[in-house]
Design a binder for this molecule. Structure first.
Ligand SMILES: Cc1cc2nc3c(=O)[nH]c(=O)nc-3n(C[C@H](O)[C@H](O)[C@H](O)COP(=O)(O)OP(=O)(O)OC[C@H]3O[C@@H](n4cnc5c(N)ncnc54)[C@H](O)[C@@H]3O)c2cc1C
Length: 397
């Protein structure tokens, strides 16, 4: 059986590997020129802590040993599932018996005036990172639009390269989807003190000023942030155009069932381009879990993808912040432990006696304990008084 995997990001590469291990013939196509790499480690290349080769997850020898036909710089432009033909942007035809969409997401580019100027970047691919590395210089002023996980990571990495970075964020505190306002405020303060990041919050970007290159970012309130570089880190959009054109059912992502099958027989979808039970994932762990499920489906095994509460942690060294589950839900009780003097803060949310969300700041060592409680859905009423102190205190009680 010939399997075509479209997209060589983490999900596509993992699925191709598992399918090839089972002896099926696999062609893996990706638009990017590089060998499959660890996208989540791009910040290390941006900061200069690592070079490109360190991020490669599947080198030539490994792909060869697996028998995977890898085609980099190859965009699949059209696909006909009924006849089993795909055509690349260069016009080559690839025949297949089964196809797996692993086309991931694209970074959103805000349609601001000036967004097309040289010096305006998004943060998604190796090419984006290499271009930013070339453009940044010591003392350069940079505005990062978006104070979510990726925006902060890019800001910290560019600051490590000597840039003077201002983060412009629409909400009053950073990472508002993962952190409550107090943890967000602690984070902004620490990033200011240790990484020299400045914040404009809440603030909306209105235009990028400049003629031949970027000169400033203008905000909706009229304020101007003088800068020579702008990085947009304002979210991603599932890459579903090819799937839609191929006649697959799409909503926000490509609609899949528990076995990663799409609405078209013989075609599967995984990773950030897939929508499972109404949810499009934005993290690598569920993308890889979907890849494993799809590979099992292709091997003819019964497999089911079961989503979990995946935690998020900010990958900026020296800053310990972790969160999982529901953050600040209106219908839950909250327990807070706060010691500003030592920069330690915890907030837990309970509903019906069960832990449903947690934010840990300053000391994240107990994260697995809270994640387990959430995954098990255990009644924590009896341990409530000691709950914010972590497992050591539970054992002592
Ligand atoms: C800088 C950065 C840091 C991150 N950090 C974290 C983190 O700490 N933790 C975490 O869980 N997640 C993190 N993420 C998110 C994580 O990288 C994604 O969840 C993961 O990459 C999703 O994998 P994927 O294979 O579904 O999609 P992608 O990684 O987007 O890969 C899809 C690939 O398909 C290719 N493609 C698209 N269309 C076509 C086509 N028509 N033909 C051929 N190829 C095509 C694309 O070019 C791309 O290479 C981070 C992301 C970025 C950008």
């Amino acid at each position: 059986m010939r399997v075509l995997v479209i997209g060589a990001g983490p999900a596509g590469a993992r699925c191709a590997e598992r399918v090839a291990e089972a002896g099926l013939m696999v062609t893996l196509c990706g638009t990017e020129p590089a060998l499959p790499y660890d996208r989540i480690a791009l910040g290390r290349v941006l900061s200069g802590e690592a070079e490109v080769p360190a991020l490669i997850s599947h080198d030539i020898a490994r792909l060869r040993a697996l028998g995977i036909a890898y085609r980099p710089s190859t965009r699949i432009a059209t696909l006909d599932a009924a006849t089993g033909h795909a055509v690349t942007a260069r016009g080559d035809t690839i025949d297949f018996d089964r196809a797996v969409f692993a086309t991931g997401s694209e970074a959103v580019r805000l349609p601001l005036p000036g967004a097309g100027l040289p010096g305006v970047f998004v943060y998604r691919s190796m090419a984006d990172v290499i271009a930013m590395r070339r453009a940044v210089s010591d003392g350069m002023r940079v505005a990062v639009i978006g104070g979510g996980l990726l925006g902060l990571e890019a800001a910290a990495a560019l600051s490590q390269r000597g840039a003077r970075v201002t983060v412009v964020h629409a909400v009053g505190w950073p990472m508002e989807r993962q952190l409550d306002p107090m943890a967000g405020a602690l984070l902004a303060r620490q990033l200011g003190a240790t990484r020299r990041l400045a914040f404009a919050m809440p603030a909306r970007s209105e235009a990028i000023e400049g003629d031949t290159h970027v000169r400033a970012l203008r905000l909706a309130d009229g304020a101007r942030i003088p800068c020579e570089m702008v990085v947009m880190a304002v979210g991603v959009r599932p890459a579903i155009a090819l799937a839609r054109d191929a006649g697959l059912a799409v909503a926000r992502g490509i609609v899949v069932d528990d076995a990663m099958r799409t609405s078209v027989p013989g075609v599967l979808a995984i990773g950030e381009c897939a929508e499972h039970r109404g949810v499009v994932c934005g993290l690598v762990a569920p993308a890889l879990a979907m890849a494993e499920t799809a590979a099992a489906t292709l091997r003819g095994e019964a497999a089911i993808y079961a989503p979990r509460a995946d935690p998020t942690a900010l990958k900026v060294s020296g800053i310990d912040v972790w969160s999982a589950g529901e953050i600040e839900p209106a219908d839950a009780e909250a327990i807070t432990l706060s010691d500003a003097a030592i920069g330690r803060y915890r907030r837990l949310w309970l509903r019906g006696g069960r832990l449903i969300g947690a934010v840990l700041y300053g000391d994240t060592a107990d994260a697995p304990f809270y994640l387990n409680l959430m995954a098990e859905g255990r009644d924590v009423t009896s341990m409530r008084a000691l709950l914010p102190f972590g497992p050591a205190f539970q054992d002592a009680a």
